[in-house]
Design a protein around this ligand. Structure first.
Ligand code: PLP
Length: 450
């Protein structure tokens, strides 16, 4: 870094809520960090926005050069309560001064139990539930599969086209997309099968039709007598914010229940108010057997969970689940605070209001520009899919050009989709309407410029 003294601002909602560019992106200080990154950090660890972040809160991210960027990604749906939320900060500061770790498997502590109690209460389903805590979404998915196998005494697992479940070996096997997630990293875990997803924009099928297609594949190619679980994101995240047709998820769930197959909803991206409900399963009227959560759970601290029917969760023998850090006390204190914010500060309603703005603005773009093939999503999880209007083919080049221009103009947006042709909007629920609209103005002008 250069020698001039930099006062690092404190993050949180009191940061000035404005888009402000004082240098080109990246500015000189960010450039210096990116050079150090290139020299010191493995090339496989990429980044979207070429900045050195120094503070964040409300709806902005500040960089080391003094630029203030509008955040429409929440660090991939993590800082839903807002970055450095004061209640999360306070809970973390108190806990970190008390104790940082005992290992829950050695000396249990209250905050872990409190998180489990809260998850058992706020997840869908009126039956007895239990939870287990882990460090990352991938780890939660791995453990949900372990639990389902132990419970059913079966081995096969079905994931879906366009699905994303993580980067560990089993979760790479569950994930659909080769580049960048899987290519060259095999061999992958066995007994993982892929079923066709409901993708109305591309397949034109109703929910029941798409479910029939998936069930036929599972019956013929695997056999329910071999199938421990299916795992599905109620709205697919990395795969392109794919919203299944109505009736698809309920039909799959009914089939699972008729065939002793555990239905796992991977709500790592959709959970915690994001879709305008506490969990996206509620949006589709389903009650999964197990739910995996992570991302939004703890206001930015690493924490993940599996929650579900007590008799399934209890199938694993004592010592069969856990990990050194799973349910770390600092992360648990943050989660207790974050869940209180979700419940008490009206964030479900806020996600819906943000959704109304996103849908209105993006549908207006679609009406004026046929390259916007579809706008879809629920609550504050909305995406636009870009296509060539004459052929209907995915337009990844346009998508990445728009995203690059947005970032250069101080708006952090994320892309996704099997074909790389989707821009997803996951703003922190603490963003103000003005800032959100300004961010969408920049998206609109970036589209117009290409
Ligand atoms: C991000 C994500 C994961 C993986 O979570 P990590 O914390 O990155 O391991 C799993 N499933 C879904 C749906 C996700 O969006």
């Amino acid at each position: 870094m250069s020698n001039a003294a930099v006062i690092t601002p404190v993050g949180g909602p009191s940061l000035p809520q404005e888009r402000r560019l004082v240098t080109a992106i990246p500015g000189p200080r960010s450039q210096e960090l990116l050079e150090r990154k290139a020299a010191a950090v493995a090339a496989g660890v990429g980044h979207t926005a070429p900045i050195a972040a120094v503070a964040a809160g409300g709806g902005v991210i500040l960089d080391a050069d003094g630029n203030s960027l509008i955040d429409l990604g929440s660090g991939i749906a993590v800082t839903s309560v807002g970055n450095a939320h004061p209640k999360v900060v306070e809970a973390v500061q108190q806990q970190v001064a008390q104790f940082t770790h005992t290992c829950f498997m050695v000396s249990p502590y209250e905050s872990y139990v409190a998180v489990a109690e809260a998850l058992n209460r706020i997840t869908p389903g009126a039956f007895a539930k239990k939870s287990a805590l882990f460090n990352s979404g991938a780890e939660a998915v791995e453990n949900a599969v372990k639990i389902a196998r132990k419970y059913t005494r079966k081995q096969a697992v079905v994931a879906f086209d366009h699905g994303y479940h993580g980067r560990t070996n089993l979760t790479m096997a569950l994930t659909a997309k080769a580049m960048p997630y899987k290519s060259g990293f095999g061999p992958f875990a066995s007994e993982v099968y892929r079923a066709p997803m409901s993708y109305p924009f591309h397949d034109g099928l109703t929910g029941p039709e798409a479910a029939k297609r998936a069930i036929a594949m599972m019956t013929k190619q695997i056999g329910a007598e071999n199938l421990a679980a299916i795992i599905i994101e109620p709205i697919q995240g990395e795969g392109g914010f794919i919203v299944p047709a109505d009736g698809f998820l309920p039909a799959l769930l009914d089939w699972c229940h008729a065939n002793d197959v555990v239905f796992i909803a991977d709500e790592v991206q959709t959970g915690f108010a994001r879709t305008g409900a506490m969990f996206a399963s509620e949006v589709f009227g389903i009650v999964p057997d197990l739910i995996t959560t992570a991302k939004g759970i703890a206001g930015g601290l690493p924490l993940a969970a599996v929650t579900g029917r007590a008799e399934i969760m209890d199938a694993a023998h004592a010592g069969g689940l856990g990990g050194t850090y799973g349910g770390n006390p600092v992360a648990c204190a943050a989660a207790v605070a974050a869940i209180e914010v979700f419940e008490n500060d009206g964030l479900i309603e806020r996600a819906r209001a943000i959704g109304v703005i996103l849908q209105e603005r993006l549908h207006a773009l679609q009406a004026a520009d046929p390259r916007v093939g579809e706008v879809r999503g629920r609550g504050a999880m909305v995406a636009a899919e870009f296509v060539d209007p004459t052929t209907g083919e995915p337009d990844a080049a346009l998508t990445s050009a728009i995203a690059k221009q947005c970032i250069a103009e101080g708006v952090v947006v994320l892309t996704c989709g099997t074909y790389g042709n989707v821009i997803r909007f996951l703003p922190p629920l603490s963003i103000g309407d003005d800032l959100l609209n300004e961010g969408l103005d920049v998206v609109a002008s970036a589209l117009a410029a290409h």
